[in-house]
Design a protein around this ligand. Structure first.
Ligand code: 5GP
Ligand code: MG
Ligand code: MG
Length: 178
């Protein structure tokens, strides 16, 4: 598995250091607010697990699963909800937790879908941002790291469901998916 990684972009230590900073910012911004941390399955799970330890106010967390079709390294733009929330969000401030914003199609769809449910607010925290590839206008409110246009895996991010268990973020060698 690790021989398919051409470069480690962020070690576990670097990830945790940045996540602590994000947690501090979020703790400050959501003081006194009813916070729902909403992780998007499956990629955001490791990030969310480390992030909530660094958010030092009461919160609830939940999950949604969305899918764009196929085993591909790019988003198709067709977003479908595979697992939805089971309760109303009218009394909560939603913080969407994503692994990566690439074209932005997934988050634009999700943000609009959730906003239509009348929550107190909807914001986005993403671990990684690939701004060069954006197709639609969506801006994360909190971002861990900007990265260049390379396909990355690890720490929740997959190729074909593999590599999610790597404890770091690395660049996948193109021959692993071409
Ligand atoms: P978007 O809708 O912004 O194009 O894509 C969002 C989703 O595409 C991410 O949540 C992620 O599942 C997948 N994705 C985009 N870029 C990468 C990448 O570099 N590596 C991996 N593993 N997934 C990616
Ligand atoms: Mg994702
Ligand atoms: Mg994926």
């Amino acid at each position: 598995m690790e021989d398919q990684i051409s470069k480690i972009l962020f070690s576990r230590e670097e990830l945790l250091k940045r996540i602590a900073e994000l947690g501090e910012e979020i703790t400050r911004d959501y003081q006194g607010k009813n916070l729902l941390v909403l992780a998007i399955l499956k990629g955001a799970v490791p990030f969310m697990a480390d992030l909530i330890h660094q958010i030092k106010i009461p919160l609830a967390y939940d999950f949604m699963a969305v899918s764009s079709y196929g085993a591909s390294t790019t988003s198709s733009g067709v977003v479908r909800i595979m697992k939805d929330l089971e309760r109303s969000v009218e009394d909560v401030h939603i913080l969407i937790v994503e692994d990566i914003v690439d074209t932005g199609l997934t988050l634009k769809y999700l943000k609009e879908n959730l906003t239509a449910r009348n929550p107190e607010s909807v914001k986005i925290v993403t671990l990684l941002d690939k701004p060069d590839r954006r197709k639609v206008d969506v801006k994360p409110d909190y971002n861990g790291f900007k990265i260049p246009d390379e396909f990355v895996v690890g720490y929740g991010l997959d190729f074909n469901e593999q590599y999610r268990n790597l404890p770091y973020i690395g660049i996948l060698k193109p021959e692993a998916y071409q």
